[in-house]
Design a protein around this ligand. Sequence first.
Ligand SMILES: Cc1ncc(COP(=O)(O)O)c(C=O)c1O
Length: 400
Amino acid sequence: MSTKLADRLSVVVPSATLAINARAQELRAQGVDIISFGAGEPDFDTPSNIREAGVAAIEAGKTRYTAVSGVAELRAAIAERSTRERGVPATAANVVVTVGAKGALFNLALALFEPGDEVIIPAPYWVSYPEQVRLVGATPVFIPSTLERGWKLDPADLARALTPKTKAVVLCSPSNPTGAAYGPAELEAIAAVLRAHDCWIVLDEIYGSLVYDGFEQRSLVSVAPDLAPRAVIIDGVSKTYAMTGWRVGWSIAPVALSKAMDMVQSQGATSTATPSQWAALEALRSPALEFEQMRSLFQLRRDRLVEGLRNIPGVRCGTPEGAFYAFCDIGEWIGRRTPDGAVLNDDAAVAAWLLDKAHVAVVPGAAFGAPGHMRLSYAVSVENIDKALARIGDAVALLE
Ligand SMILES: Cc1ncc(COP(=O)(O)O)c(C=O)c1O
């Protein structure tokens, strides 16, 4: 039997974040005390009322297939919440409940992109955007940004990157990996460019509730409702409610595209897990209090981590508006020599060295299209943040 895999896999790289987690777990299994900033998920448990709703759904026999696009009550609740928060009317017909937000993005890629299409992705980017685009034979087009620009897309760069082949532009706010979130004026400037170009706009707002210092989180469709007919909002419960393992996300899109994504999902996942959908409905109905406690703890950790990182020689780090990531320039460490005589040639070498010597796991920036940087997820206790900062500082002090 031939073992040849499909050619489409030759252009795809496996998730680097998952690889770092795997190596950290391996070391932990050997008894090493690893502090991991690698995870893209909250370290909190799913709140008890949500867990109980999942159990109750199972006990009540809600264990069969649902409609492909999800249970009606959940779709209605998602539409109602989106209308309320984004100020752009949505109904259940606009909503497809998916296997996590990643599933929504994959449905979209399969429904919309094909060879010859370009998809604009601002860098640094979340690892799965380019890989999903490549998997379906389309071409990712990256627009780099800088720490000085707060890691935000420059509208002039966007205008230059748009071509007749541009099928979609992806905007993730707040961003993984940088935590950067766009304010209303910044969104309006991007909308003004997009208005002049007929393409889809993919708005990944999975971190939309996790913003700090009173930042006013807005969706591009709230600022520019005229663009809603060609916008696809990606959202879900994974990050906001600490529900990564439940696998519930959704897309909110014009009805014709939602029907196409429903068809894609009907031949792939069928639907996401039924008890998880009922738990997600409980999440959307949850009182804000528990979430607010989680959010303010993230803010405390962000402040602690960012301040500590800035005090380590060779690190440059902005203040992220949202999500739970700090994204730092570590260019000064690259090319330097460790006490063992090894040269840290790039950010991957830095990450491997920090893991082995400082027992701290970070993700190299190259994975996100920004070599010379590292991402730290602050889904880590304040105590461990302090411990890890001290370990990184000690290790870096030995670099020649
Ligand atoms: C920007 C972004 N979008 C989507 C996802 C996928 O979320 P989910 O776990 O709901 O599939 C992630 C998860 O890391 C993310 O960071």
